[in-house]
Write a new protein. Structure first.
Length: 304
């Protein structure tokens, strides 16, 4: 059996110079891991927390160590604006976190939405379609591994939670047949202060995938606080390692699917661009030869 932990970074706020703190990308993703590794992965993650937050070593109860989170937004802030020691510590923390994911053969999956300036984002539609796509990715991995599995999503509010799993529930229990045979139940919701590996999913999405996406697809937006040249070294440091953590497969038409999938409304670039080292923040991103319009959920075709 495998477990899949999902969190998000960013939101649907419109991308505009009038709101320089608006996230230029929205990332929904996480990782999958064999259930036999869950306990060891959890203990190693707690050790990493105590290594990089030494004050946790003084807590008398394990519950306090579990509840105290390292937030990805704080790690990004240290990368952007910290002194030399803070930046070095942030990079070493990311190295350690990615290292334990590699140690237990965890697989990274994500949907990355690159915003277009001045356009409203249907956050509910984006999240729902992303969960559906990630569930399909997970199902393909389960079929490949001859395994069963369950998704654990970071809980937001009931109003936001419910629509995000209806698409999975209806496809699983429709009269025409189960579209997710390997998944034993509709996605469930957990709180990061009680589900420790949701904290690891948050750090993966928020301190790794989010800054890499900002650097790869929006580095020309110098007015945005999230588009910082400090992320270029992070991309060179971990891009290839993240690429190797994906589970990808070919559909019947021979097209590669799964892993880290990007919808770039600005220049139409794929997910492989984010994980490569070809781009530089010093180079202006060239305009595409033709219009690059990838659908947001509101104008995308309906899901099967």
């Amino acid at each position: 059996m495998h477990l899949c932990y999902i969190d998000e970074a960013g939101n649907g706020q419109m991308l505009t110079p009038a709101a320089p703190a608006a996230p230029p990308v929205l990332v929904i993703g996480g990782f999958t891991v064999d259930r036999t590794h869950v306990k060891s992965l959890t203990w190693d993650f707690l050790q990493v927390k105590k290594q990089f937050r030494p004050q946790l070593r003084r807590f008398p109860h394990l519950s306090e160590v579990i509840r105290t989170e390292i937030k990805g937004s704080d790690v990004r802030r240290d990368l952007r604006a910290g002194n030399r020691n803070s930046r070095r510590a942030a990079l070493l923390l990311i190295d350690a976190l990615l290292g334990i994911l590699e140690r237990y053969d965890a697989r990274v999956l994500a949907r990355v939405w690159v915003k277009e300036e001045g356009r409203v984002v249907d956050e509910t539609g984006v999240y729902s379609s992303s969960i559906s796509a990630l569930t399909e990715n997970f199902q393909e991995q389960l079929a490949h591994e001859h395994s069963r599995g369950m998704l654990v999503l970071d809980s937001r509010t009931k109003v936001k939670n419910a629509p995000n799993v209806h698409c999975v529930t209806t496809r699983k229990y429709r009269s025409g047949g189960d579209g997710y045979r390997g998944i034993i139940e509709s996605p469930v919701f957990g709180h990061s202060d009680t589900h420790t590996l949701l904290q690891l999913a948050d750090l993966l999405v928020s301190s790794m995938l989010f800054p890499l996406a900002c650097q790869a697809y929006t580095s020309d937006l110098t007015w945005n606080v999230h588009c910082d040249g400090a992320y270029e070294s992070l991309r060179r440091r971990i891009g290839e390692r993240l690429r190797k953590r994906q589970f990808r497969w070919r559909d019947p038409g021979g097209k590669w699917k799964g892993g880290i999938v990007v919808s770039d409304r600005r220049f139409g670039r794929s997910g492989s661009w984010m994980l490569s080292q070809r781009a530089s923040t010093k180079a202006r991103i060239p305009a595409p030869a033709g219009p690059a319009r990838l659908p947001y959920p509101e104008d995308a075709p309906p899901l099967p």
